[in-house]
Ligand binder design. Sequence first.
Ligand SMILES: [Zn+2]
Length: 383
Amino acid sequence: MLERLVAFPTVSRESNLELIDFVRAYLAGHGVESRLVHDETGTKANLYAQIGPDVPGGVVLSGHTDVVPIDGQNWTSDPFRMVERDGRLYGRGTCDMKGFDALALALVPEMLKAGLKRPIQIALSYDEEVGHRGVPSLIAALAETLPPASAVIVGEPTSMQVVTQHKGGLSLTTRVRGHEVHSSLVHTGVSAVMNAARLIEWHAERMAENRAEAQALGEDAPGAPFTPPYTTLHNGMIAGGTAANITAKDCWFTSDIRFLPGESGDHWLARYRAICARVEVAMQAVHPATGISLDIRLNAAGCREETDGEAERLARLLTGDNGAHAVSYGTEAGHFQNQGGYSVCVCGPGSIDQAHQADEYISLAQLAAGEAFMRRLIDHLCN
Ligand SMILES: [Zn+2]
């Protein structure tokens, strides 16, 4: 199953419909009806299906179908043809996260035979890697058409550890429009580059503040379970300007804000808009046709630790993992928890260290651990 899923090059910028059609036909072959939720272009779809009785209290197995690009990466073998070497299965998505998807699908015949008393709901999304664009409509459809599940397990690679908290994410592109003049007359121009620098400095200052607060509070810091234990603000890309002696007309840069689950992306966005507005006023005082605009590429809620969470209890029971794990990367668990009101945890085979890398792989041992986990889940839902 994993080999088949990897063979569909479902890089987020491409359609995922061939993979979805394959899964739909596979499930239909086992007598399982699945439903699709398309995007507005009709070129992508979420798929969900329920196996077992149509009653509340089941478990959602959540995965995404898209993978990150291979552009510029140096692969030893074809990324979309899975190969086994040294106890590892290599291929784009083996780890993040077609391994989990494949296990859920491959075990459908066993789920059907087992005599489940509560259902398993398989939920596969599109565009997770490019701003979690698919999952909101998937959650809405699930809630509308299927009986409520008691837990959601998001199978992102955690090396089968039970992750109960993750940070949220806000990804932005800021475009600064300046006014071009010869730099000898700089007082009449507006440099987009220099104003961008002021905004970038804001990110560094906020992060320094957050770090200082977390250090002062130590173990009592709200972010203490995370590494690092505070909201981080990072600018990863920038471009702008045309010549050393022209005030830059354009500059754009990216922001990547990973905030603690108790904070909100909207709040960070409001704070950032406020500084943008102040900088813009100063720019427009020199030349009115200048300005700052923002593209929001991702605004995804974090995942909070639940009190007596059913998903956590279940995953601990099935894995035997009693550690407390909080991660700084985002997943769709935050959406299931915040939008859908589900109890959630993140638990899946493979290590996040291999995700998005050249020569991405999942070890056979991790895949076997994931398989054992799903078999125990099936047994559990039969009791
Ligand atoms: Zn992923």
